[in-house]
Design a protein around this ligand. Structure first.
Ligand SMILES: C[C@](O)(C(=O)O)[C@H](CC(=O)O)C(=O)O
Ligand SMILES: [Mg+2]
Length: 290
């Protein structure tokens, strides 16, 4: 059975969830020893489609990337489904399809459908009642109780702390298993959330946003159960790729960059390439014997 997010949290914390923008990144994260993966909505939009994180991608866009990751990694995968992709029945479909794709958990947020990145200005949120309805629809649709439904609230920036906490509590009452308070600015705010909601809380430690880059130890001290690094690898990969393109353009060769590259052998190790090749050889030799 696929490991679920509840067990991964229970195994000791805080649990780091690292963003993987594609199947190969997921394999790398697993092989270096991470215990949980994240598929970022921004990552799908930016990396797979060259689009900004403004609610432009669809359920099927995200599902396709999620399936590619669950096909190659046994780690629990948390998927960002933005505002859930529709009304009650749309959200129900999202939950069922994510479960079918082998995903361990999703997070649904309380922004309006025309959403923005959680760390950008001028966000707008739906009413608490509408958000609670989103959570109810998600909880009602799930088949496996170990599939985790995480409620994200973007309310801090719009309505302040007490409204954000009240929303999170209402979501827990409606069945949310976990809470993602978006764009917190202090450890005290995380502590207040953790004390108020009584379920595991996730801290989104995305770079260049509103949240300082608190360490896992600091966040654990505030009671946080999960620490998210949604785009850290993607930002570094993107900088590295840009540098390669620039050097080839400027130098007419790539010789100065070789030391920055993963070798063919390292690539093959990650992929288990030699095992595939041995399988092929043994199939061929059987064919020749016959
Ligand atoms: C977590 C997030 O929802 C994502 O899609 O990865 C983004 C991350 C980011 O833009 O840095 C968010 O915080 O809105
Ligand atoms: Mg997102």
């Amino acid at each position: 059975m696929r490991p679920n997010l509840f067990d991964a949290i229970a195994a000791g914390g805080p649990l780091a969830l690292v963003g993987a923008v594609n199947a190969y990144s997921a394999m790398q994260a697993e092989q270096v020893g991470h215990r949980a993966l994240y598929l970022s909505g921004a990552g799908v939009a930016n990396a797979s489609f060259g689009l900004p994180d403004l609610g432009i991608t669809t359920l099927n866009d995200v599902l396709e990337d999620a399936r590619r990751i669950t096909a190659v990694s046994r780690l629990p995968l948390l998927v960002d489904v933005d505002t859930g992709f529709g009304g009650a029945f749309g959200i129900a479909r999202t939950v069922k399809e994510m479960e079918r794709a082998g995903v361990a958990a999703i997070h649904i947020e309380d922004q309006v459908v025309q959403k923005r990145c959680g760390h950008r200005p001028n966000k707008a949120i739906v009413s608490q009642e509408e958000m609670v309805d989103r959570i109810r629809a998600a909880v009602d649709a799930r088949g496996d109780p170990r599939f985790a439904i995480m409620a994200r609230t973007d309310a801090l920036a719009v309505e302040g702390m007490s409204s954000a906490i009240e929303r999170a509590q209402a979501c827990v009452e409606a069945g949310a298993d976990m809470i993602f308070p978006e764009a917190m600015e202090t450890l005290a705010q995380y502590r207040a959330f953790c004390e108020a909601v009584g379920v595991p809380v996730l801290a989104n430690i995305t770079e260049f946003g509103k949240t300082p880059l608190f360490s896992q130890a600091e966040l654990a001290g505030a009671g946080v159960a999960m620490v998210l690094y949604p785009l850290s690898a993607f930002r570094a990969m993107s900088r590295a790729a840009e540098s390669v393109y620039r050097h080839i353009l400027a130098d007419g060769h790539q010789r100065n960059l070789i030391h920055t590259m993963q070798t063919r052998e390292q690539l093959y190790q990650t992929l288990g390439y030699h095992h595939y090749e041995q399988t092929l050889d043994s199939l061929f030799s059987k064919g020749e014997d016959a």
